[in-house]
Design a protein. Sequence first.
Length: 87
Amino acid sequence: MSKATDLTRQKLVRVYSSHDELEARMVQDLLRSAGIESLITGEMLPSIYPLNMGELAKRDILVLESEAEEANRIIAEQEEAGRQTEE
């Protein structure tokens, strides 16, 4: 089985959720800089219906299941670094 075929058979899993589109894009850029491609759910909703409250504004960042552990580690490290700079 080729690598491309293997990737198409993998599930997408959520590694991050935010109600802030800018925050979601920043996390997506962080993952991309580490070589992990991701998808943000709910991206089309605001352009069709300008709703930004509650679950309608929620953005989930999805990655391939095989990259989820690494993505979670990168996000956790970034969050920890942010907490340390706030102190």
